[in-house]
Design a protein around this ligand. Structure first.
Ligand code: HMG
Length: 389
C-alpha cells in the first residue's frame, strides 16, 4: 500500500528583517545576499514564539481536515530543542488537544530530521490504513550577529498529515542515502547560536547530494527527465541551484541556468522570504512548489534531496496525486507571508539579544504578534504556552 503526504501546512513568524537593511547595517553590498545567496528577507521570532508555537500554529489548520482520534503518531523534528528530556511534540499534543492514544517523540539529525520523521511515519502508516501521523518539522536558524551565517538565519515550521492512500503525494520506495561523521555545522548544548565551517558545509552538501542521487539512480533506474520538479534542502536558495546543477552534471545532462531553474524555481519562493527553516526547509519548498506551480503536477514524479549537517543526506521521490490542488492551503500560506511586519535593524538586534531567563523565577513575556499559540512565560523552570484569544 502506498503512503505519503495527505495535507501540508506551513507557518512562519509574523516578523521579518529585509536583507537589504542587514546589508546596509553590516556594510555589505546587499546584492551579496539577494543575488549571491538568493535571499530577500529572513523570518525573526519574537520572544513569545518558539519551535512549539511555530509547530502548533503550522498544525492547527490541519486539525479540521481529520478526526483527532485517527492521529496515532506525532513525530516532532527539530534541532532547536527546548528541553533535553521532554519532547517538544508533547506541548503541541496538549495545545492541539490530541488523543492520549498517540505516540509522541522528538527526532534530531540537523535539517535531515524532518525527512527521517516523514519516512518513518509513512512506513508505519502504510501498515495502518485509516490512521494518520502528524509530522512536524520546526526550527529557528540562529548564527552569531555579524557572522557570515547571519544572512542565512530564518524560522518556520511545516506540519504534514501522513497516511496510506494520501491525497497529495505518494512516496516511492526507493531512496539513496549517505551518512558521514563530519564537523561542517553543529551547536553544542551550551550555545544558542550554531557554529559552522561555512564553505566546507556547502562542499559536503554538494558531495552528499551526488552520492545520494547516485545510489537512488542505481536502485530506481530513474534519470532527471523522469522528474517534473526537484525540491532541495534550502539553507539559502542559491544552494539548490548549485546542487541541482551537480546532479544534472553527474547524470551527463545540460546544466545551463535555464534548465537548472526549470527544475527547481517554484520551490524557492517561500524560503527566499523566510530564510533557513532547517528541518522544515525541504517541505517549505514542497509547499512553495505545490502552491506556486501553474502546471498541473498530478501524476508527475518529484525528486527530493534532504541534507542535515553532521552529516546525513537522502534522495527520495514521490508521485503527485490527482486532485491534489483541492487539498492545498495556498491562500492561507500567501496571506501569512504577505501580512508580516518588517523590523528595523535595531528591533531585530534587540529581539536577538533577548534570552529566556534560566534562574527558575516567574516571568511573563510581552505579547507580540503570533499565530494561534504563544509562549507566555516561564515559572519554576517550566515553559508556559497559551492560546491567543
Ligand atoms: P560568505 O563567505 O560570507 O559568502 O558565506 P561568499 O563570499 O561565499 O559569498 C556568497 C556568494 O555571494 C558567492 O557566490 C559570492 O560570489 C556572491 P558563489 O561563489 O557561492 O556562487 N557574492 C556576490 N554576488 C553578487 N553581488 C555581490 C556579491 N558578493 C559576493 N556584491 C556562507 C557564505 C553560505 C558560507 C555563509 O552564509 C554561511 O556560513 N552560512 C551558514 C552555513 C550554510 O548555510 N551552509 C549551507 C550548506 S550546510 C546546510 O545546508 C545545513 C544547514 O542547513 C544546517 C543543518 O543541516 O542543520 C546549514
Amino acid at each position: 500500500m502506498n503512503a505519503g503526504i495527505d495535507a501540508i501546512s506551513f507557518y512562519t513568524s509574523r516578523y521579518y528583517l529585509d536583507l537589504k537593511t542587514l546589508g546596509h547595517a553590516r556594510g555589505v553590498d546587499p546584492a551579496k545576499y539577494t543575488k549571491g545567496l538568493g535571499q530577500e528577507k529572513m523570518g525573526v521570532v519574537p520572544p513569545d514564539e518558539d519551535i512549539v508555537t511555530l509547530g502548533a500554529s503550522a498544525a492547527k489548520p490541519l486539525m479540521d481536515r481529520t478526526r483527532m482520534e485517527d492521529i496515532e503518531l506525532l513525530l516532532f523534528a527539530t534541532e532547536s530543542g527546548i528541553d533535553q528530556s521532554k519532547a517538544a511534540g508533547l506541548f503541541v499534543h496538549g495545545l492541539l488537544g490530541l488523543s492520549p492514544r498517540c505516540r509522541v517523540v522528538e527526532l534530531k539529525e540537523a535539517c535531515y530530521a524532518g525527512t527521517a520523521a516523514l519516512r518513518l511515519a509513512a512506513s508505519l502508516m502504510a501498515r495502518t490504513p485509516g490512521k494518520k501521523a502528524l509530522v512536524i518539522a520546526s526550527d529557528i536558524a540562529r548564527y552569531e550577529l555579524g557572522s557570515p551565517g547571519e544572512p542565512t538565519q530564518g524560522c518556520g515550521a511545516v506540519a504534514m498529515l501522513v497516511c496510506a492512500n494520501p491525497a497529495i503525494l505518494a512516496l516511492d520506495e526507493e531512496a539513496g542515502f549517505h551518512a558521514e561523521d563530519v564537523m561542517d555545522f553543529w551547536r553544542p548544548n551550551y550555545r544558542d547560536e550554531a557554529l559552522v565551517d561555512g564553505k566546507y558545509s556547502t562542499r559536503v552538501y554538494l558531495q552528499t547530494a551526488v552520492n545520494c542521487w547516485t545510489q537512488y539512480g542505481e536502485r530506481s533506474g530513474r534519470k532527471p527527465e523522469d522528474f517534473a520538479r526537484f525540491c532541495y534542502h534550502l539553507p539559502f536558495t542559491q544552494m539548490a541551484r548549485k546542487a541541482h546543477a551537480q546532479i544534472l552534471r553527474a547524470s551527463g545532462g545540460p546544466t545551463d541556468a535555464e534548465t537548472v531553474a526549470r527544475g527547481i524555481q517554484e520551490g524557492l519562493g517561500y524560503n527566499r522570504v523566510t530564510g533557513n527553516t532547517y528541518s522544515a526547509s525541504l517541505y517549505e519548498g514542497l509547499a512553495s512548489l505545490l502552491d506556486g506551480c501553474e502546471a498541473d503536477l498530478a501524476g508527475h514524479r518529484l525528486g527530493f534531496f534532504s541534507y542535515g549537517s553532521g552529516s546525513m543526506g537522502e534522495f527520495f521521490s514521490g508521485v503527485v496525486q490527482p486532485g491534489y490542488q483541492q487539498h492545498l492551503l495556498t491562500q492561507h500560506h500567501r496571506k501569512l507571508l504577505e501580512s508580516r511586519t518588517e523590523l528595523s535593524f535595531q528591533a531585530y538586534e534587540d529581539i536577538f539579544n533577548l534570552k529566556v531567563p534560566t534562574d527558575g523565577w516567574d516571568y511573563v513575556f510581552a505579547q507580540y504578534c503570533t499565530g494561534p499559540y504563544r509562549f507566555g512565560g516561564v515559572g519554576g523552570h517550566k515553559r508556559r504556552y497559551e492560546e491567543v484569544s
